[in-house]
Structures are given as structure tokens and as C-alpha cells.
Design a protein around this ligand. Structure first.
Ligand SMILES: *Cc1c(COP(=O)(O)O)cnc(C)c1O
Length: 815
């Protein structure tokens, strides 16, 4: 888009305070991912859960000077305001105008599953045929769709947008804004059916999107869908696809036997190889082919494009590099859009020094001068310390890059130059087209090289936090417990991520954990649960907040505060004993405690206690008693204190089972890692941790032979045995050897046989089809789950996670 403030106000009927001639090209709605402030406006969107107005200040701090909001905040100076009645209506109005005045061929995708995958696939196949714009990620809602449409500019010829609804009457609103020429309906499932009376009602609602479409392409395997579409839209061009052969486009051959997949398209055959043959993937491929045909792409090109598709889950890996670097590896694919995403991801880290490795963008039809001008603009915004360009094309344009820039003919030349291995304490982004094989660079700068990794999915953490938040009042604060290295997963990486997502507090066990976080740039308040005497100075110096649980600690800590010369009220957290009998003040100590505190230059930031058995349903009565004692003692204490600190008592299972006792804050731990004692809640959570390795060797062991130390396992027939490089030194307890524990290969469980060695163990893989050396082995994640694995170990998930040895490489992934 490209409008003046004046034009925007006219289109949307809004008020202007400030400079009406400013130009707006992008609208940011999340103050943390403001990608560029040039010609950008920030919109404060208030939703049921969150007030966008809270983030106006952050947006202005970042350099935004145009704010779209329902209210003006005069405390901010030199800001131009567009004052709107309702921010969502505003976006929708503007997006409708913008879409209707664009000159774009448009594809609208709706359905229950597969929207995002199909959109990404279509984009991958089409972006180098036509200048194409698409919805970012899964921006498909009442807010996401308008924001997506506003990305259209004059150069775009094709737009691919997804449209999602979850309630009745939502589609009408969206169709009013966006009426695609080609409508694509993916699979209709029960995913969003909750708010609908029947499947029929759901279908009726979804297909309203196609009211003004010329062509409707739909999954015809669902007969009701076919019937409805034919009834309503008989005058349009209708094309159905699916597994069943009544569809116009379907799979003709036996996919479990034949090497290629053969698709019948109106009597034509299109044949291509496919690795993944599950029904969902193939159905999506059918939809893809149908749309590509509709856009007149030749068959041979279609097949080439399908072969080049990457796994859509665009996961950026963040890896610990040598010399304290963080390496962001995205060496799979390179186009403008994925470059933007990667740069955004980079922005979320606090490292001050940044380097970029970037290759030619290959296979584009457009003018390369223009292309690289755009690329360099994006890159220059980020102020990299050094930029390494690989490839003949991009090297021609090296003058466009403002950072210290060097050029290389190929990846090997960069490796040979040794520039990369000299970088220190930086964040390094590797971004390249596949043919340049820049994953070689990853090998070069990666810290540990083991096949065994602990993969931590940050998106799943966010999902789990949001699930717990959805049970709470919007104003309830949340402390994330990142003690013990975030339950073994990596305290800095997780804290950094949580800080980015506005967590209110972090909790660590010892001061040195907090000091390390501060040194790496974490500014969120941090509570130290076990403040040891020798660490008081560090607590004060690094602005950490101690838990005070006894008079002894109170006196010693206060002495340290006085000695330090700290002259404001130092924040502390008072722990009350309510039944756990671990640490804390008892009821008879509260009078003396409040008197002492009132004489001292300390500020009680919060009062809290801890439940011993919130995860044990049989102990409900006891837990309620603890909650009762907390209520009584904390109220009494607050009265004596004369002011009201925050109160908190719930841990993860407390949040789900005793929600009413949330007070001002809750403390989440294992819940954010996706574990709950309740199977109902467990279903709502996503698994965060995946402990993986690969098979080192497979041997056929003759009947009667023995496997491993002390000959604990003897084969009773010719047995296929796999060896994997994980042992008790990695944190796998020896007690799960000898067929007690199992691990997963190709989604099937294989028993551990013989005794577990220090660095290895052996598996019986007789029942695993097609197993081969190099295959991935899941120690735990889904099959077996972390919980099942903990059961083998006769312990709880907490202990499994914190026992995994530091030598196992942690990697962090994010969409
Ligand atoms: C570890 C801890 C928590 C988190 O417990 P989970 O069961 O993992 O949710 C909460 N509060 C305190 C004081 C803790 O030490």
C-alpha cells in the first residue's frame, strides 16, 4: 500500500491529529516485530485478551511516528495520530478499499485443514512466474486477512490469501473485504466445528467466500461439500479434486505399489515421484496441480515445481555456534518473503553484532537490478556488521550493501577465506538458495557435532503458555520458572524467547543463574528462589529479587543491601509456609516480620507460597487447606504491612486445577513444557522437547549370541540389533536397559536390549520395517512420549528433563 495519512483518513472516515501528508506503506500491529520504521504506522488493536494501546510506547521508542488508535495519548510528542472508532473495523475498511482498487488476480483459500500448507506451496510454485503477494504465516482472521491484503502493491500480479473462520457469520464479513477470483476449498474437518450446530452449517458458512468467484476448486471427497457447491454455484466453473474417482482431478494409480503418482486431470495424465504419500499430502498436491493448471502452467513445469517443493513447515534453526555465536540456519530456500521472515527472527535476539551470509536468489523472472535493490534495502535496515555474498549475480550488486561486504564465487571460497570462523559473539544468519549448499557453513561454525540432540520447540512453549493464560483473567501476571537451566532445556534461550513475549517475571533457583541471564541481556524481573549468603552482593549488583523465607535470610540480606549503599527500597519476595514444610514464614512469625520490614528500606514485591500436591487429585482436601491458610495468612500480613504486594501460589497444575486461586500472578513450569497430569489438559498442550539421535550400526545377531556388557541379553533367534550413540552419560538411567525402556523408530517402538553402556545402547529392531543405519531414533517426544519415558525410568518428567547431560546439544526451533 502507499497512501497519505489524509487518504487513509478519508477512506476510513477517521480523524487526523498531526501531519496529514505523511506517507504510510506498511502497518505494524506488533511492536516487537516492527521491521522497518520508514513509512510505517503502528496500529493499536484492542482484543478481548490484550490491549494494543499498551504497546504504543514501545512502537514510538522504536521510531514509529504514525499511530492508529482508538484514543490519543498526548504524553507522546511529535506523533501523528489517526484516531479511529474501532481499530479492527478500520483495518477491514482500508483493506477492502485497497483490495478493490488493486489490479490483481486473486486466489482465496479456505477450509479446515491445509490452508497454510497450500498457500505456501502455491507461493513456492508461483512467485517466480508472477510477482506474487501472500498472507504471512497463517494470517487469515478478521485481523490477519486485512493485514495480508494491505501488503499488496502496484507491482503484484497475483495474490494468494488464506481465509479462516471459527464462528457463524464471520465469512460474510471477510467476503465483503476480499472476493477472490479463484476460490479454493481444502478439506473440511471437525477442527472448528465447535461453534457450529452441524457440518452443514459449517460448509454453508465457508463457501460464502466464493460468492463472487469465477472458479471454485474444492475437495470433492466430502459428498456434502460437492452437493452444496453444485446447488449454490452451478453458474461458476467448478473443479473438484480428491481421492475418489468421481472427482475431476484424482489419483489414478496404485500409490502403494507404483513408483510415481499418476494424476488424472480432465483426461490428461500428470505423473511425478513423491516421497511422502500420506493422504493429506497427496490431497494437497492434487489441489496444487489444479490451481497451477488453472493458471496455465505447463505440465512439465508443474512436475518440476512439485519436485522442488520444500517441507512447508519453514523452521528456522537456532544453533549454538563456536566462539559464543548464535547461528540461525535457513539454508533451504531463498526468496524475498523467507528472507524477510529470517531477518525478523534475527531481530528477536539481543546480540548487538550481526553477520549475514546471503546467496544469489535463483530462478526469478524479474529484473535482477530491481530484485537486488529490494534485497539490499531489506538487509541495510538491519545494520549488519558484515555481509558475505555468495554467487555471481548478487556479487554484481555488492555496492548496494552498506555494511562491510565481501563477495565469493561459491560457498567453498567463503569457507577457505576463514572469515566465518573468526567471528565472535555474534548472531550469524545463513540464508541461501539450495544449490549453494550453505549448510556446509553450518557445519563449520556449529559448536558441538553430535548426532544426538535435544530439540526444543519454542512455538510449542508459546502455545502452552497461551493455553494456560486462556484459563486466567487477562490481568493475572505470569512468572515462568526457568530454574535449573529451564528444567534442563537452556535457560538463556528460553528466557530470551519469553521476554520477547512479555512474560512478567522469571524464576531461577540460584543467583548465578540470574546473573548469567542478566549478562546476556535479559531485563525482565528475576526472582531467586534460593538466595545463598555468598551471592547477596551479586543479587544486588545484577538487580535480581530474592525470595526471603526466614529471619536469618532477611537480616543477612538486609545487611548486604545496607553495605552496598543501595539507596532505594530493594524489592524482595516473602515466602509463606502453608503446608509444604520446605521454606517459609509461619503464621506466628508474621507480626514480627511486618514490624521488621516496616523499619527497613525493603519493598515487599510479592507474597507467595507453594502447593505440595496440586497435581495429585486425591490430595484435593489438603490443597484446599493450603490455599485457605495462604488466604488467611497473606491477608493478615498485608494488613500489617500497610500496602498490597502481588500474591501468588499456583504452579502449573495449580493453574489448571485451582484456577480460582490465581490471585495476582501464577508460576508456570512444567506446563509450558507441555506436560500435565490431567489427560484432558494434556490433549490441549503441545510437546516441546524431542530427544533424538540416529542409528550408528545395524547387525544381524545369530541365535544364541549375547549383546552388550555382562551378556545380559541373549538372542533366541536371528535378531536385528541397532546400536545408537546415547548412554547413561547422556542421562538415560541404566535401569531402563534390558527391555524395560523403549525408543521410537519410524513411529514404532523398539525395546532397549542388554545393559545400557556409558555412551551407547542397543535396540532390538526386528519389528521395525525398512530400518537402516542413519535413521532417526526418538528417545522421547511423541512415541514414546516424555511421560511414557519417565514411566520406564520410574520417575517424573521433571527429573528426566533435568538429568539430560549438558553434552547433549540443545537446538531451538521456531516457525
Ligand atoms: C518450580 C516451581 C514452580 C513450577 O512448578 P511446576 O510444577 O513445574 O509448574 C512454581 N513455584 C515454585 C516456587 C517452584 O519452585
Amino acid at each position: 500500500m502507499n497512501y497519505t495519512v489524509q487518504q487513509i483518513a478519508e477512506i476510513t472516515n477517521s480523524q487526523i491529529i498531526g501531519d496529514k501528508n505523511l506517507i504510510v506503506k506498511t502497518i505494524a500491529f506488533d511492536s516487537r516485530i516492527i521491521y522497518s520504521t520508514k513509512n510505517a504506522a503502528f496500529i493499536a488493536i484492542n482484543t478481548q485478551k490484550n490491549s494494543g494501546e499498551k504497546f504504543i510506547e514501545a512502537a514510538i521508542d522504536r521510531g514509529i511516528t504514525i499511530i492508529i488508535s482508538e484514543h490519543q495519548f498526548p504524553q507522546f510528542e511529535n506523533v501523528t495520530w489517526i484516531i479511529v472508532e474501532n481499530a479492527i473495523d478500520f483495518l477491514q475498511k482500508l483493506a477492502k478499499y485497497h483490495f478493490e482498487n488493486s489490479n490483481l488476480q486473486s486466489i482465496g483459500i479456505t477450509g479446515s485443514n491445509g490452508k497454510t500448507i497450500l498457500k505456501e506451496w502455491l507461493y513456492q510454485c508461483l512467485w517466480n512466474e508472477f510477482p506474487t503477494v501472500k498472507s504471512p504465516k497463517s494470517f487469515n482472521s478478521q485481523i490477519g486477512l486485512p493485514l495480508s491484503l494491505l501488503q499488496i502493491n502496484e507491482s503484484h500480479k497475483l495474490g494468494i490469501f488464506e481465509v479462516g473462520i471459527s464462528k457463524p457469520n464471520e465469512m460474510q464479513k471477510l467476503e465483503n473485504i476480499f472476493h477472490p477470483q479463484i476460490g479454493l476449498l481444502t478439506h473440511i474437518g471437525t477442527a472448528h466445528a465447535a461453534n457450529f450446530e452441524s457440518e452443514e452449517e459449517l460448509i454453508d458458512e465457508k463457501i460464502k467466500l466464493f460468492k463472487d468467484s469465477e472458479t471454485v476448486i474444492y475437495n470433492g471427497d466430502n459428498e456434502l461439500v460437492g452437493k452444496k457447491i453444485k446447488e449454490l454455484y452451478s453458474s461458476k466453473k467448478l473443479i473438484s479434486y480428491g481421492f475418489k474417482d468421481h472427482n475431476k482431478v484424482f489419483i489414478k494409480n496404485n500409490i502403494s505399489k507404483d513408483e510415481n503418482i499418476v494424476v488424472e486431470y480432465f483426461g490428461e495424465e500428470i505423473s511425478f515421484p513423491a516421497n511422502q504419500r500420506d493422504e493429506a499430502t497427496l490431497t494437497n498436491a492434487l489441489a496444487l496441480i489444479t490451481v497451477l493448471k488453472e493458471l496455465h502452467i505447463e505440465n512439465q513445469k508443474i512436475v518440476e515445481k512439485i519436485n522442488a517443493l520444500k517441507a512447508v513447515e519453514m523452521r528456522l534453526e537456532a544453533i549454538e555456534g563456536i566462539k559464543n555465536n548464535i547461528v540461525i540456519n535457513d539454508s533451504f530456500n531463498l526468496d524475498l518473503d523467507s528472507l524477510k521472515t529470517a531477518l525478523q527472527f534475527l531481530n528477536e535476539y539481543n546480540k548487538t553484532k550481526k553477520s549475514l551470509v546471503l546467496t544469489d536468489i535463483v530462478g526469478v523472472n524479474s529484473n535482477s537490478q530491481e530484485l537486488y535493490e529490494e534485497v539490499s534495502e531489506l538487509v541495510n535496515e538491519q545494520k549488519f556488521d558484515s555481509v558475505f555474498l555468495i554467487g555471481d549475480e548478487i556479487s554484481k550488486f555488492s555496492d548496494l550493501f552498506k555494511s562491510k561486504t565481501s563477495t565469493f564465487i561459491n560457498t567453498q571460497e567463503l569457507i577457505d577465506s576463514k572469515y566465518l570462523t573468526e567471528l565472535e559473539n555474534q548472531i550469524i544468519l545463513l540464508k541461501g538458495a539450495r544449490k549453494f549448499e550453505i549448510e556446509k557453513l553450518k557445519d563449520l561454525v556449529e559448536l558441538r557435532k553430535h548426532d544426538t540432540v535435544l530439540e526444543v520447540n519454542l512455538n510449542a512453549i508459546l502455545h502452552n503458555i497461551n493455553y494456560h493464560k486462556s484459563l486466567l483473567k487477562p490481568e493475572t501476571k505470569m512468572m515462568a520458572m526457568v530454574k535449573a537451566n529451564s528444567y534442563g532445556l537452556g535457560s538463556y534461550e528460553i528466557s530470551e524467547f519469553l521476554q520477547h513475549h512479555h512474560i512478567d517475571y522469571l524464576g531461577v533457583a540460584y543467583a548465578d543463574e540470574g546473573v548469567e541471564l542478566r549478562k546476556k541481556g535479559i531485563t525482565t524481573p528475576i526472582v531467586v528462589m534460593n538466595p545463598e549468603q555468598h551471592s547477596y552482593d551479586a543479587i544486588i549488583e545484577y538487580n535480581l529479587e530474592p525470595e526471603i523465607y526466614s529471619f536469618r535470610v532477611l537480616d543477612l540480606f538486609y545487611e548486604a543491601v545496607q553495605k552496598s549503599g543501595y539507596d532505594k527500597k530493594f524489592p524482595i519476595h516473602i515466602k509463606l509456609e502453608t503446608g509444604m514444610h520446605r521454606l517459609g514464614f509461619k503464621d506466628f512469625e508474621l507480626d514480627q516480620l511486618s514490624e521488621t520490614l516496616n523499619e527497613r528500606n525493603l519493598k515487599v514485591q510479592s507474597i507467595f507460597s507453594h502447593l505440595s500436591s496440586s497435581d495429585v487429585p486425591e490430595e484435593k482436601e489438603f490443597t484446599l487447606k493450603q490455599l485457605d491458610i495462604f488466604e488467611k495468612n497473606s491477608s493478615y500480613f498485608i494488613e500489617k504491612l500497610g500496602y498490597s504486594p502481588l500474591r501468588h501460589i499456583l504452579n502449573s497444575s495449580g493453574i489448571t486445577s485451582y484456577t480460582n486461586h490465581q490471585y495476582d500472578m501464577v508460576r508456570i513450569g512444567i506446563g509450558m513444557l507441555g506436560e500435565s497430569p490431567s489427560s484432558e489438559i494434556q490433549k490441549q498442550l503441545q510437546s516441546v522437547v524431542s530427544f533424538k539421535t540416529v542409528i550408528s550400526q545395524i547387525s544381524m545377531v545369530e541365535k544364541g549370541e549375547s549383546v552388550g556388557y555382562s551378556r545380559k541379553y541373549k538372542t533366541d533367534h536371528l535378531t536385528k540389533i541397532a546400536t545408537i550413540p546415547v548412554g547413561y552419560a547422556d542421562g538415560i538411567p541404566r535401569l531402563i536397559g534390558n527391555e524395560i525402556g523403549k525408543v521410537g523408530i519410524n513411529k514404532t517402538l523398539a525395546p532397549i536390549v542388554g545393559s545400557i553402556c556409558m555412551d551407547m545402547m542397543m535396540l532390538n529392531v526386528d519389528n521395525i520395517p525398512n530400518v537402516k543405519e542413519g535413521d532417526t531414533v526418538t528417545v522421547f517426544n511423541s512415541k514414546p512420549s516424555l511421560k511414557e519415558f519417565a514411566e520406564y525410568c520410574k520417575t517424573i518428567t521433571y527429573e528426566v528433563l533435568t538429568s539430560i547431560s549438558p553434552r547433549v546439544k540443545r537446538i531451538y526451533i521456531k516457525d
